[in-house]
Write a protein that binds this ligand. Structure first.
Ligand SMILES: [Zn+2]
Length: 120
């Protein structure tokens, strides 16, 4: 009987510290590992072994956030470039001669057509 108790205690202790050490290696709470091993025995060990590495998860999340920030910056610079292009191409097409003239022009420089207050 004493042998059984001693064996069980050894088993429970091994599970507790095993699970705690696995959890700590993965950047998780060692205390939670102790509880897992104590409550679930070898299954606690298995659960601890199956948990993802928290440090690696955090690294990946940081990586994804950095990538998203870069994409956002790229999109912003693309929008700025498009606005500049629009400003540079601030033109309209003359309805009479079909030539492209500046949007601000009041008179077509090709055919002298007078633009009224029409939308550019
Ligand atoms: Zn014209």
């Amino acid at each position: 009987m004493e042998f059984v108790v001693a064996t069980y205690l050894a088993y429970a202790t091994a599970c507790m510290f095993g699970a705690a050490s696995i959890m700590q290696k993965k950047g998780r709470s060692g205390l939670a590992g102790l509880a897992l091993g104590a409550l679930l025995g070898v299954f606690g060990l298995l659960i601890a072994a199956c948990l993802s590495d928290k440090k690696r998860d955090e690294l990946r999340i940081a990586e994804i956030n950095a990538t998203a920030a870069m994409a956002e910056a790229a999109a912003a610079s693309a929008r700025a470039a498009a606005r500049q292009l629009d400003a540079a191409n601030d033109t309209k097409v003359c309805p009479r001669c079909a030539e492209t003239v500046k949007a601000a022009a009041l008179v077509c420089r090709y055919c002298r057509h007078e633009f009224t207050a029409e939308p550019a």
